[in-house]
Design a protein around this ligand. Structure first.
Ligand SMILES: [Mn+2]
Length: 383
């Protein structure tokens, strides 16, 4: 049986106020194609299907579209809710959808009711533990649990009696495995480190399809894996390769695990350098539509940096000015230094607007004006 493990779609997410819907549609189309080309038997989504519990209507339409395409291929889909999803909304019409092969496991109460699929070797049983905090686990399962680790232990214990003997089993779970590597785009599950769970709870399963951490990785065993998110959702992920995980389940369990890369419509990357160099490079850059973070090393103030950069790179989302900080390593509030800073900022500004530097006469006028302002303490009030 070929299982395609995906997670953290985060449909409807925005990045620096830019909608990523088009980028998400682009990679989700690839997932549909991979499903078809690789003769996948079941598609898994290990939580964070949407980015918010009340997703925007275009996000709902996109998910609807993807699920319909998969369904037309007669391939079942099994998903669990993540910490970003609204479990109750996600499970709308779930029992009817299950009859059509779309299994939404978002209700902790149903944790002992797996989805069973068949191949030539027999059954493969899929359990799902929807994301739940310890409070909900205590409440719904009627057990003691104060940490995420205890809650996971209890959840697994409560579904164990339903695990058939001598049958291949798969678990979907959305959690933070202790020792896993974080990115900057995951929302913490709890404050203060009590969010981590041990991989040891997952030992009874032949394969564990995890969601939550956005970098692909495995912990404890090659078969306890995060597929990672479908796109880079922070600049901290710029070096990560985004992919989906294709699991070949043989007669005795997992035979092979392959990561199939996803190619983004626009990549996310950082460019470091001086403005003139970056603008020059941009004129020949074939990937100028990428989402960019620019680290400008120029040491002087520049007028309308964002406007200048976006004229060449339209999707610059963030600018850092390490050069400007380096020029003033010890920013002191002493008045003389402050005056000097204002003067040089104004002369940079003047030169950019006029195309030529301040004359001697203008320089003395500006510095006199700044002194006057300081004397009257006006500048403090204006600023
Ligand atoms: Mn996530």
């Amino acid at each position: 049986m070929k299982i395609l493990h995906t997670s953290d779609w985060h449909i409807g997410r925005q990045f620096h106020n830019v909608s990523l819907l088009e980028d998400q549609r682009h990679v989700l189309d690839q997932i549909v194609n991979i499903t078809r080309q690789q003769n996948v038997d079941v598609l898994l989504i290990a939580g964070d299907i949407y980015d918010r519990s009340v997703p925007p209507s275009q996000a709902v339409a996109l998910l609807d579209n993807v699920i319909s395409s998969i369904n037309q291929l007669k391939i079942p889909v099994i998903m669990i809710s993540g910490n970003h999803d609204g479990a109750a909304r996600l499970s709308f019409a779930s029992s009817q959808l299950a009859q059509a092969g779309v299994h939404i496991l978002a209700d902790l109460e149903q944790i002992s009711r797996p989805v069973t699929l068949k191949d030539k070797h027999g059954d493969v049983v899929f359990f799902g533990v929807p994301y739940a905090d310890p409070v909900s686990v205590r409440h719904v399962l009627g057990v003691e649990a104060s940490t995420h680790d205890e809650a996971m232990a209890q959840a697994i214990a409560s579904l164990k009696p339903s695990m058939p003997k001598d049958t291949r089993t798969v678990l979907l779970s959305h959690c933070f495995i202790d020792g896993g590597e974080e990115s900057e785009s995951e929302r913490p599950l709890s404050i203060g480190g009590a969010e981590r769970v041990s991989y040891k709870h997952f030992a009874p399963f032949d394969y564990v399809a995890l969601g939550h951490l956005h970098g692909r990785q495995y912990k404890g065993a090659n078969t306890i894996r995060y597929s990672g998110s479908i796109l880079k959702y922070s600049f901290s992920e710029e070096k990560q390769i985004k992919s989906v995980t294709l699991v070949d389940m043989g007669e005795q369990g997992v035979d092979e695990v392959t990561q199939v890369p996803l190619l983004p419509l626009r990549d996310m990357r950082t460019i470091t350098g001086e403005l003139t160099g970056i603008l020059e490079q941009g004129r020949h850059d074939l990937k100028k539509d990428d989402y960019l973070q620019i680290r400008l090393t120029d040491k002087h103030a520049i007028l309308d940096v964002m406007g200048k950069l976006r004229a060449v790179y339209p999707n610059v989302l963030h600018i850092e000015r390490p050069g400007l900080m380096a020029a003033n390593p010890q920013q002191s509030a002493r008045r003389e230094q402050l005056k000097k800073g204002e003067f040089s900022m104004f002369s940079d500004f003047f030169e950019q607007v006029n195309g030529e530097p301040l004359t001697k006469e203008q320089q003395s006028y500006v510095s006199q004006t700044l002194s006057d302002l300081h004397e009257k303490d006006l500048l403090q009030k204006v600023l």
